[in-house]
Design a protein around this ligand. Structure first.
Ligand SMILES: NC(=O)c1ccc[n+]([C@@H]2O[C@H](COP(=O)([O-])OP(=O)(O)OC[C@H]3O[C@@H](n4cnc5c(N)ncnc54)[C@H](O)[C@@H]3O)[C@@H](O)[C@H]2O)c1
Length: 730
């Protein structure tokens, strides 16, 4: 059989008339296997075909080197009807298929050669034996990360196979394990080598070993009922209560109760565990799955997953389907907070980096910080000492703007050459630098990390040939992998090479490149700006303290509130970016955030600093957040009086004139801030700066920490009732 997703072949067995049947997953359209509808249908055909030949052994394997099976088709799951009555038959069909495999009257062996997730592992669990390739790095059931639970037997078979506690660790956290760990968990029976059936090989390379095992009686038919060990911890009511309490506490600590899926998964696994009937357990699992699949959380998380794939596909299209493996030479200008973070990240992943700064002291500090960052990676076993040393040797520091020499070195190495600027948010400074780079180089791409200045503004006055070499790559926090995205901003004339350079920078920084339209502050900062302004307004008017506002937003699922984020950006940079956005959008009038930041900077406060102690909205020590700054109340009052006086002078008695507004409720704080984000997101979409809602979703969740379980697409559906609710209060 040679289907679209599956190939079936028969090979010599041990006894005549009883061949070995090999069912190989092989998606002809992709380089990974996905458990989609076609695969399900073809597995069914394969099972029917195999049974006619009465094989001695059935082997399930993959012909894709990097994928046994990456799991279910998320697009199809996201499109499942919300009503469980309509969705149930589809789920039951897959379960029925896996039951048929489990009940085949021959031994079945699953050869997990590479990534084996979700539905892929559930297929493996229905086999009698599992072997994993020693190189396999990801085996698991990550469904909760999509707001659902394993719905094709994973919640039932995995605990029965490896025990309740280890199974819950995998299911509830959506964790994946490597081959060796899978073996120690008894999830696989052993590890073998070369478990991929390469496309050109006529017989699977591992078949001889399996034939041998079969001959020695090591692969026998085991009926489903006796397939699972019966001595596992968790048999008594007390043991189950203990496991429940400990697991729930772990989920509480990890998710702060912002997600439903881990809790439903926990309860479902325990419920299924409590019955000896496999059929009953599988039915309960279906109930749990359907309950979750209909939640906003699942729709939102699946939407984000699909958005990520579509955004990746866009980059692939720009590269005409070809991977770009060229080396990168990056001349980083401005060795401050962002420059060093970005440069070190690029160097870590193989780029050759040179740092320049006008301030010699910043260069010395850069060397110390880079060395500290690499030592941190070595200490966390994310890099060997030798590797760290090698990567540090690829970094140089200079006080000369030797752009021409750098370009020549890059050319000699066949590398992409870029000058990446991370100097202050000052248009004149950036323009001057662009002129210097353009006159010294011919092919180098100028990459700006500006937070707010449109590429069209940076290109003003330049010949088209030079504009072609300018592109924006806007990072958020490069250092700590907390923001897995960057904004890519093509300028009005950016050429293909500039776009490729921007994508290569994103690759080497391990970030998802979201291409956005050109405009003041692009997408993320544009949306973040009213968020900060609204937060500052609430603080200045006395509606809520900075600490309460941050806590309310954290309770909503944000990892940090607006004031902790502003401290993290650095008060000076936050102010410059805010001023730049105001200038670019022509916004006039009182801006509480600007006034507040100005007053704080006047007092010498800087926000978070990674060395020593510093002050912002909070106290900071070695980069760690401490108590809320008690002086903020007095500073806010001073700012309020000043803004009120300005407002009065401009418009007569303004809103701020009243002495102090009454504190507002937590719910109103949250509504005001979330609505400020939604409002600006709608405007960005309307103006075409954001091309599709998925771009906004991806950026606000990954960049601003907007709760992913209520991503914008879902919130937009909720925006009208929310707006009406607020309207009613006014
Ligand atoms: N801080 C953030 O969170 C953040 C996030 C995204 C983007 N950005 C953007 O990155 C850029 C840099 O921000 P930052 O926070 O790293 O600032 P920073 O003040 O930490 O660093 C700027 C560095 O540039 C140096 N510099 C000043 N003029 C220079 C010149 N003419 N040539 C070379 N070096 C010069 C300074 O000495 C300083 O070391 C800004 O455009 C900012 O908007 C910042």
């Amino acid at each position: 059989m040679d289907g679209e997703r599956i190939q079936v072949a028969f090979f010599e067995g041990v006894a005549a008339d009883h061949p070995i049947a090999v069912l190989a997953l092989y998606n002809k359209e992709k380089d990974v296997n996905i458990f989609d509808k076609t695969l399900g249908q073809e597995v069914q055909q394969a099972v029917d075909l195999i049974q006619k030949r009465e094989p001695a052994l059935v082997v399930v394997c993959s012909r894709h080197a990097a994928s046994f099976c990456h799991g279910a088709d998320i697009k199809a799951q996201a499109a499942l009807p919300l009503a469980s009555t309509a969705a149930r038959p589809m789920v039951e069909e897959i379960k029925d298929l896996l039951n048929q495999i489990e009940n085949l009257p021959y031994p079945t062996v699953c050869c997990i050669n590479a990534t084996c997730l979700g539905g892929g592992l559930e297929l493996a669990l229905s086999c009698t034996y599992r072997f994993a390739d020693v190189t396999c790095r990801a085996i698991g059931l990550p469904e909760v990360q999509l707001g659902i639970l394993p719905g094709a037997g994973g919640c039932v078979r995995l605990p029965r196979l490896i025990g309740l506690t280890p199974a819950l660790e995998l299911i509830v956290a959506g964790k994946t394990v490597k081959a060796k760990k899978a073996q120690s968990l008894k999830l696989v029976h052993g590890t073998l080598e070369h478990l991929t059936w390469a496309r050109d090989a006529s017989e699977p390379p591992f078949l001889a070993q399996l034939r041998n095992k079969l001959q020695r009686g090591q692969l026998r038919h085991v009926p489903a009922a006796s397939k699972f060990p019966s001595h596992l911890f968790g048999q008594t009511w007390l043991e189950q209560q203990l496991i429940y309490t400990v697991t729930k506490r772990t989920i509480d600590a990890k998710t702060h109760r912002h997600f439903i899926a881990p809790y439903v998964a926990l309860e479902t696994v325990l419920k299924c565990w409590g019955t000896s009937s496999l059929a009953q357990a599988l039915a309960w699992e279906t109930d749990g799955y359907l309950q979750l699949a209909a939640t906003a959380e699942a729709r939102s998380l699946m939407g984000l997953f699909l958005a990520k794939s579509s955004i990746k596909a866009r980059s692939t299209a720009i590269r005409h389907g070809q991977p770009d493996t060229r080396p990168l030479f990056a001349f980083v200008v401005g060795a401050g907070w962002m420059g060093v973070g970005i440069g070190q990240k690029l160097a870590r992943h193989g780029a050759t980096v040179r740092f320049f700064d006008v301030d010699k002291e910043m260069i010395d500090r850069a060397q110390t910080r880079v060395s500290r960052l690499f030592t941190g990676l070595v200490n966390k076993h994310r890099m060997s000492k030798v590797e760290a040393q090698e990567r540090m040797e690829a970094i140089s520091y200079t006080t000369e703007k030797d752009f021409a020499a750098f370009e020549q070195q890059a050319q000699a190495a066949g590398a992409i050459s870029v000058v990446l600027e991370a100097i202050p948010e000052d248009m004149a400074l950036k323009h001057k630098l662009i002129h210097e780079v353009m006159s010294a180089t011919k092919n180098t791409t100028f990459v700006s990390n500006t937070s707010s200045i449109p590429m069209a503004k940076l290109c003003e006055g330049l010949p088209v040939a030079e504009q072609a070499r300018i592109v924006g790559v806007h990072y958020f926090h490069p250092e700590h992998d907390v923001t897995p995205v960057v904004e890519i901003i093509p300028g009005p004339e950016s050429n293909h090479e500039s776009r490729l350079s921007a994508l290569r920078i994103a690759d080497l920084s391990n970030k998802l490149p979201v291409t956005v339209g050109d405009g003041p502050a692009f997408i993320l900062n544009r949306i973040a700006s009213p968020f900060y302004t609204m937060a500052a307004y609430l603080l200045v008017t006395g509606a809520a303290s900075q600490e309460r506002i941050d806590k309310v937003m954290q309770r909503q699922g944000f990892p940090a509130g607006p004031f902790a984020i502003l401290d993290g950006i650095g008060l000076k940079t936050a102010r410059m970016v805010g001023q730049s956005i105001q200038g670019l959008t022509g916004e006039t009038g009182a801006n509480a955030a600007q006034a507040l930041l100005g007053a704080m900077l006047d007092r010498g406060w800087t926000g978070r600093s990674f060395q020593g102690e510093s002050t912002g909205f909070y106290a900071w020590k070695e980069g760690k957040q401490g108590e809320a700054n008690p002086e903020m109340k007095a500073v806010s009052q001073i700012v309020r009086s000043r803004l009120a006086a300005e407002e009065d002078a401009q418009h007569g008695q303004g809103v701020l004139h009243s002495k102090r507004v009454n504190p507002i409720s937590d719910a109103d704080v949250s509504d005001a801030l979330i609505l400020s984000i939604l409002n600006e997101a709608c405007r960005a979409l309307d103006e075409g700066v954001a091309k599709e809602p998925m771009d906004v979703d991806m950026l606000v969740t990954a960049g601003l920490g907007f709760p992913p379980q209520q991503a914008l697409a879902v919130l937009l559906a909720a925006v009208l009732p929310l707006a009406c609710h607020l309207w009613a209060k006014l």
